[in-house]
Design a protein around this ligand. Structure first.
Ligand code: SF4
Length: 474
């Protein structure tokens, strides 16, 4: 039976979480021409920029109000007013998002009040200016992303909607994914003959090309006009429960746009649920191209099950990513022995217990966990594979366990932001990668589908198939 553990330690050792403003900044990168003002110390802007640049391999621009000792004592209002004016005059953005930080939240700066005062003083400024609460001591990077999505849903869509008026699109909230994932989801919608309205879309802004002259704003991203029309969409699909799920419900409550909140589409069943939802909303049939991709994933699961069934896996990272990955891991016949997140989300943990029991696997679900805790467990009872971001490499190196790098940040590999782990194609790629990692760890060689375990090498143990189909040991 699966169980829930809440890590109870005053400090985190090797945490699996990042800072909340990163999430809001990432989501804002998916809006064309939008600029972030980080209301805090310079470090609160530098750290997120650094983290994002190492993962996405793109220059990441963010403005800061650069609070100092004086503004920490007397308040940062004057700095924020100056920052809003500078950004407006120098860049002419399409939208400004002001995110708070631990510092500005602790000193109690009233960011919405300062924005109102700025707009009163500058009637020429007609763009939306949104404020998002992102203190890192409440939640983590996913909370920042989710909070910004709720701000978008609550403030940007056009409320003047005539009865029955529609833009013919489906709002898709991908959640915290990579640019490659968004492109894969777009491919699926294209194959279905559907128009998606992406809330938000950083598939190009954070994975762009080299252009000369350099565009004023990175190419791509959802426009503010599109976001305004999102209240007229046919439905909203949130592909993560904890990053975007509540925003989808806001669309339903405020604008009557039906909400569908799903598990991240990793693996066969989770991707089927996404495709079935698209069919349910639109009555479109599933095109042959997607049927072929599904069949290919199923074939990969069948072909690899003999190598992966029964293996124990440790997974760590963000709740939504873990939920999707556990589905795939179980489909591959593996046991998600430890599922660890830094989040403190009991409903998620309870759902994971139900899910793992439904899937017939036994897991320890760890809340508020860190990698030190995971390492202790792995030392006591080893696993065959680690799945998570780059910070787990120290466990992988120390214990000689392969690490499948997914999630954020992946900073010690190149191009991982470009690949996809969602949909039928992304899941097939993951199945291949997981199986190859198993081969590398366990086998000295693979001969005719037979895995020759390390330590038993030697020609006398290698089974081969003869051209006539009769197997013979040589
Ligand atoms: S002080 Fe808070 S907001 Fe600033 S970088 Fe650190 S965790 Fe992030």
């Amino acid at each position: 039976m699966s169980s829930i553990t809440i890590q109870d330690r005053a400090v985190a050792i090797n945490p699996t979480r990042s800072c909340a403003p990163i999430g809001a900044m990432l989501a804002n990168y998916g809006i064309h021409g939008a600029i972030t003002i980080n209301h805090g110390s310079q470090g609160c802007a530098t750290y997120p920029r650094h983290q994002m640049a190492r993962h996405f391999r793109e220059p990441v621009e963010v403005a800061t109000t650069s609070l100092t000792e004086k503004t920490t004592v007397y308040g940062g209002k004057s700095n924020l007013l100056a920052a809003l004016k500078n950004i407006w005059e120098r860049f002419h953005p399409t939208l400004i998002m002001v995110c708070s930080t631990c510092l500005s939240e602790t000193i109690g700066d009233d960011i919405p009040g300062v924005i109102d005062e700025f707009l009163e003083r500058h009637p020429e400024v007609t763009i939306p200016i949104l404020s998002v609460k992102t203190p890192s001591y409440i939640g983590n990077h996913t909370t920042g992303f989710d909070n910004f999505l709720k701000e978008i849903a609550g403030n940007l869509p056009d409320r003047r909607k005539k009865k029955g008026e529609t833009n013919g699109k489906i709002n898709i909230i991908p959640g915290w994914v990579n640019p490659g994932d968004i492109r894969e989801l777009k491919h699926m919608l294209r194959e279905m003959g559907l128009n998606g309205l992406w809330i938000t879309d950083y598939s190009e802004t954070l994975d762009g090309g080299y252009y000369e002259p350099r565009p004023h704003f990175a190419r791509g991203g959802t426009t503010v006009e599109e976001l305004r029309s999102s209240s007229k969409s046919l439905a909203t699909i949130a592909l993560q429960r904890y990053v975007g799920g509540e925003a989808a419900r806001i669309y339903e409550r405020r604008y009557g746009v039906p909400a569908h909140v799903l598990t991240m589409p990793i693996g066969l069943a989770n991707t089927d649920a996404f495709v079935d939802t698209l069919v349910e909303i639109t009555d479109h049939v599933i095109p042959e191209a997607l049927q072929v991709e599904r069949a290919r994933l199923l074939d990969a699961l069948v072909d690899t099950h003999m190598f992966t069934t029964g293996l124990r896996v440790a997974l760590y990272g963000d709740p939504d990513l873990l939920e999707g990955l556990v589905g795939l891991v179980a489909e591959m016949g593996m046991t998600p022995a430890y599922v660890l997140t830094a989040a403190d989300t009991m409903p998620w943990a309870e759902h994971m217990v139900e899910l793992t029991e439904e899937l017939g696997v036994e897991s320890e679900i760890i809340l508020k966990g860190d990698l030190h805790e995971l390492h202790k467990r792995i030392k006591a009872r080893p696993v065959d594979l680690l799945i998570g971001h780059s910070k787990g490499k120290f466990i992988a190196d120390a214990e000689g366990i392969p690490l499948l790098r997914v999630g954020f940040p992946v900073e010690d590999r190149f191009g991982y932001h470009r690949r996809s782990i969602v949909g039928y194609n992304g899941s097939t790629a993951l199945v291949d990668e997981i199986t190859n990692l198993v081969f590398e760890r366990r086998a000295s060689s693979i001969v005719s589908n037979t895995l020759v375990e390390r330590g038993v090498e030697g020609p006398s143990y290698v089974p081969i198939s003869l051209p006539n189909g009769n197997g013979k040991l040589v």
